[in-house]
Design a protein around this ligand. Structure first.
Ligand code: 6CS
Ligand code: FE
Length: 295
């Protein structure tokens, strides 16, 4: 199940293929270095992250941080108007996502640099890290669309040239994440399998993939999601304002639409290990723009 890439190295995460292929084991570690890596997480917490693919913390931001953060996001989206970094809901026109938010907001930049945020990434990835992508997903009340099942790493490998899953995301709740307002669902343990996706990536696909509620490429087969869910189950991640979820780049995850009155707005920051710097895309003709994949 391996092929030679243009650079002569072997790609163990082949995807965007002509035909469906079976789920493969992940050859790379989840916690890099050792379970004794120093940082904010205890040894048992690191082992649990290794097994399940995620870790939650009840309070990373206080209410003043959250207010400043949301104020900045609203000011910035109003100022930008039509912009590549702003993605809108196809149904209502409400803002769905704002990308490169750590570059646009000093408040977010300062939050990213805190030890309880970046320090967890350095500990798990056992390397210096940088921000591969940042965004706020607002998921407005009544009109927030779903995010269909996917592995982020599958996209970052195929479209951005990320060599290995030596990356993780932190999702910080800026509003409460209830079980009913579109909170994240994760298949625990799915991060240790690689699910390839069918279909060659079209040219200039990135905007469609972010607007679509079920993107036509980079999306697993229903049979693969069923196989993983039957075996591993589905966890719903709920938490109050300021709570945080750290999750592996290769977790199979999704979130449903939000038809409650209560927005589910989260700040996502993706950290990649410096030693895992982006190469040419493994499954697309050209790399995506910088605001989706910083180089
Ligand atoms: O395309 C991406 O990079 C992304 N899309 C999704 C649905 N999740 C992660 C990331 O922002
Ligand atoms: Fe995702």
């Amino acid at each position: 199940m391996v092929t030679q890439t243009a650079t002569g190295s072997v790609d163990v995460y082949r995807t965007r293929l002509a035909e469906h292929s079976q789920i493969e084991p992940r050859p790379h570690p989840v916690v890099w270095g050792s379970m004794n890596n120093s940082g904010p997480l205890s040894g048992p917490e690191l082992r649990r992250y290794d097994e399940r693919g995620y870790h939650t913390v009840s309070s990373v931001l206080d209410s003043a941080d959250i207010r400043r953060c949301l104020d900045d996001v609203h000011t910035i989206t109003d100022r930008l108007g039509e912009d590549d970094r702003v993605i809108r809901e196809s149904t209502s026109g409400d803002v769905r996502s704002l990308f490169a938010v750590h570059q646009l907001s000093d408040v977010v930049a300062e939050i990213v640099s805190r030890p309880e945020v970046i320090g967890v990434a350095q500990q798990i990835l056992d390397d210096e890290v940088y921000v591969h992508q940042s965004r706020v997903n607002l998921k407005p009340g009544f009109a927030g669309g779903p995010f269909y099942w996917h592995s982020d790493f599958e996209t970052w490998h195929a479209e951005d040239g990320m060599p290995a899953p030596r990356a993780l995301s932190v999702s910080i709740a800026l509003t409460p994440n209830y079980s009913h307002n579109g909170s994240l669902m994760i298949i625990p343990g799915s991060h240790k399998r690689f699910v390839s996706c069918v279909g060659a990536t079209p040219k200039a696909y990135h905007r469609e993939s972010l607007v679509s509620y079920r993107p036509p490429f980079g999306t697993p087969e229903e049979s693969d999601v069923t196989e993983l869910s039957d075996e591993l189950g589905i966890d719903t991640i709920v938490g109050g304002e300021g709570s945080a979820l750290y999750f592996d780049s290769n977790c199979m995850h999704a979130s449903a639409g939000n038809i409650t009155p209560y927005p589910r707005s989260n700040l996502f920051v993706v950290f990649n290990a410096k030693s895992n710097a982006l190469q040419d895309p493994y499954g697309a003709a050209a790399p995506r723009p910088d605001h989706l994949a910083h180089r």
